[in-house]
Design a binder for this molecule. Sequence first.
Ligand code: S3P
Length: 175
Amino acid sequence: MGKNIVLVGFMGTGKSAVGRILARELDREFIDMDSVIEARAGKAISALFADEGEPAFRALERALVQELSAASDRVIATGGGVVLNPVNLTDFNRNSLVVCLLARPETIVERVARDTHRPLLEGDADKAAAIRELLAKRQSLYEAIPLRVVTDQRTARAVAQEVLALYLGETRMDK
Ligand code: S3P
């Protein structure tokens, strides 16, 4: 049984795109946490935030982390806020290689500019300012993750190859 690969990082760092490629390469199941939460709640994340508030979303996210950290052999893309609760990372670290994807604010602005499904960036006339502010608040949490991959000006495929190399290096060391 192999460790999970868990991708964390701010919105727009490419967690889902990279995760999908990795899962295909490794012939593993891919789990996109936000999609699972949406399916279970029966509504989009933005509707969940609007109807029930962020704490309700965080509770569903926490429960899913607990469930997924008991599994193995999966590639898991988390939502950008999973790092806000340190216990989420403690749980994942037990049975997963946690890799943080990083990107500069300008890259993130470019990638999420046309999105309408990210509640934490909605309602802000100045999306770039909202991204900079939220990223500044969280930067230390992302930087604290030992394995980090910079994604600026790189394709999801190139980033996936780097994560794969980290994973294969790590699993070799475990033996
Ligand atoms: C969030 C990021 C989103 C989603 C929710 C909250 C965050 O996921 O989980 O809107 O707190 O950063 P993505 O990182 O996939 O956009």
